[in-house]
Design a protein around this ligand. Structure first.
Ligand code: CMP
Length: 140
């Protein structure tokens, strides 16, 4: 597998508890390089646009209000098989189902407040990276 890039968000529940460094340590230990990173506070409209694919889901309001409630850290991660590797280190979406040692198992509070987002496929990774970063921001 070639070197890939994926997109990651450290979510408001984690930034609020000062967990950015602890989460980054786990990402780096998994072999992922943080090649771009910025801390921003999304507006509700920006969160709704980012999660537009979920707009018909019953949890869309809860999700977008949460994601715009406090700062997030948006990141681009690079590494061998980065999309899958990142999903492995994040753990299952619901922390109750996440494996020991994963970010969500150790840090997430609930299905909604689950500390981290990661792209699920190469197409979504490219779209999500482009939503937050320009090519000039990516310094591998
Ligand atoms: P994420 O990887 O950011 O992608 C969509 C998010 O929706 C997901 O993580 C969860 O945090 C959130 N989510 C999924 N299902 C629910 C649910 N039933 N209630 C609240 N939030 C949810």
């Amino acid at each position: 597998m070639a070197i890939q890039r994926t997109f990651s968000i450290i979510k408001p529940d984690a930034t609020a508890r000062n967990l950015t460094g602890a989460i980054n340590t786990k990402l780096e230990a998994a072999g992922l390089r943080i090649v771009a990173q910025k801390r921003i506070h999304l507006s509700l409209a920006q969160a709704q646009a980012f999660y537009a694919v979920h707009s018909e889901r019953p949890f869309f309001g809860e999700l977008t209000e949460f994601m715009s409630s406090a700062p997030i850290v948006a990141q681009v991660l690079e590494g061998e098989d980065a999309i899958l590797k990142n999903r492995e280190v994040m753990g299952a979406t619901n922390p109750a189902d996440a494996a020991d040692g994963t970010i969500r198992k150790e840090f997430a509070l609930s299905l909604g407040e689950n500390s981290i987002h990661g792209s699920d496929a190469p197409e979504t990774a490219a779209e999500e990276i482009a939503y937050f970063f320009s090519g000039l921001d990516l310094v591998g």
